[in-house]
Design a protein around this ligand. Structure first.
Ligand code: IPD
Ligand code: CA
Ligand code: CA
Ligand code: CA
Length: 264
C-alpha cells in the first residue's frame, strides 16, 4: 500500500467534506435523536458519512469503512484496511453552537493505526499524523509531550461524570477536579484528543467512547508520546464502546491509579 498516496487522498477528502459541512448552514438542517432526546443526529451527519463511503468504495474498493451512522460495513474484527470515521464529532455543538465539532478519521491496517486525522471544521485547523512520521497541527510538527504534575494539569472532563453516575466513583472524580489546575469540557472527544496531542489539555477522560470518537486521535496522540488506554490500562479495543483516558506520559498513570475507580 502506498500510504503517502492514501494520506494525500484522505486529507483532500476531509477538506472537501469540511467545505460541504460549512455550506450546509445555508440550508435548513433536519435534527433527529437516537438513543435518547439529547443524543442528536442530523441529515448532515448522515450525508457526510455517505459522501466518504461513496468515494472510498469507488477509489479503494478493498478497504472497509466503520462509521458512526451505520452506512459502512458491519465490522466484527480489525482484519484488513479499515477507515474508522466519525463524520461529525460533536453533533450537539454542530446543532447548537455551529462550531466546536470535528471530522475524525483513523485508517488502520490489520489493527495498526497508520493514518490519523482530526479536522476542526469551523476553525479550519487540521491535526494529522502518519505512523512513525510525527504528528502535525496544520503544517507545524508537534513536539513530544513532557510529563506534568497533576496540580499543574488541565483536564478535559464532562461535568456529568462529577455527578453521581453508574460508571465511576464520583468522589474520586471530585478529588481529581479539585486537585488539578483546571478542567475544560469541549463537547467533542476528537477535539479534546487533538488538544491533548498539541498540549492544550494535559489529559482527557470519558467513561464511554465509541471507536470512531478516538480512532483518528489515538494515532495522532501516540506520535507525540501521549498515553491512550481504557480504564484497565489496556490499549483501546476499537470494536465497542469503552471508558477512555488519554494524557501526557506519567500523568496518565497518576490519574488512573489515584482518581479512577469503576463501579462494579
Ligand atoms: C460525542 C462527542 C462527545 C462525547 C460523546 C460522543 P458525537 O460524539 O464526542 O464529546 O462526550 O460521548 O458520543 O455523537 O457528537 O459524534
Ligand atoms: Ca452521535
Ligand atoms: Ca463522536
Ligand atoms: Ca458523530
Amino acid at each position: 500500500m502506498n500510504w503517502q498516496a492514501v494520506d494525500r487522498y484522505a486529507k483532500s477528502l476531509i477538506k472537501e467534506a469540511g467545505h460541504k459541512i460549512r455550506i450546509s448552514f445555508f440550508n435548513k438542517i433536519h435534527i433527529d435523536s437516537k438513543a435518547d432526546p439529547n443524543d442528536l443526529v442530523t441529515n448532515i451527519d448522515r450525508e457526510i458519512e455517505q459522501f466518504f463511503i461513496s468515494r472510498i468504495q469507488r477509489d479503494f474498493p478493498t478497504h472497509k469503512i466503520f462509521g458512526e451512522e451505520g452506512f459502512g460495513d458491519n465490522i466484527v474484527s480489525l482484519d484488513g484496511i479499515i477507515w474508522i470515521l466519525d463524520p461529525i464529532d460533536g453533533t450537539m455543538n454542530f446543532v447548537h453552537q455551529k462550531r466546536n465539532f470535528a471530522i475524525s478519521l483513523g485508517i488502520y491496517a490489520e489493527g495498526v493505526g497508520m493514518l490519523g486525522y482530526i479536522y476542526d471544521v469551523m476553525g479550519d485547523d487540521f491535526y494529522h499524523a502518519a505512523k512513525g512520521e510525527g504528528a502535525y497541527f496544520n503544517d507545524e510538527l508537534l513536539p513530544e509531550l513532557e510529563p506534568t504534575p497533576i496540580h499543574e494539569a488541565i483536564v478535559g472532563i464532562n461535568a456529568r461524570w462529577v455527578a453521581p453516575n453508574r460508571y465511576v466513583n464520583n468522589e474520586k472524580i471530585m478529588d481529581l477536579i479539585t486537585t488539578c489546575r483546571g478542567t475544560r469540557s469541549y463537547g467533542s472527544a476528537a477535539m479534546e484528543l487533538s488538544y491533548v496531542a498539541s498540549g492544550r489539555l494535559d489529559a482527557y477522560i470519558s467513561t464511554r467512547l465509541s471507536p470512531w470518537d478516538i480512532a483518528g486521535g489515538i494515532i495522532i496522540a501516540q506520535e507525540v508520546g501521549a498515553v491512550a488506554t481504557n480504564f484497565n490500562g489496556d490499549k483501546p479495543g476499537l470494536l465497542s464502546q469503552e471508558p477512555f483516558i488519554v494524557a501526557r506520559p506519567g500523568l496518565h498513570e497518576q490519574i488512573l491509579t489515584n482518581y479512577i475507580e469503576m463501579k462494579k
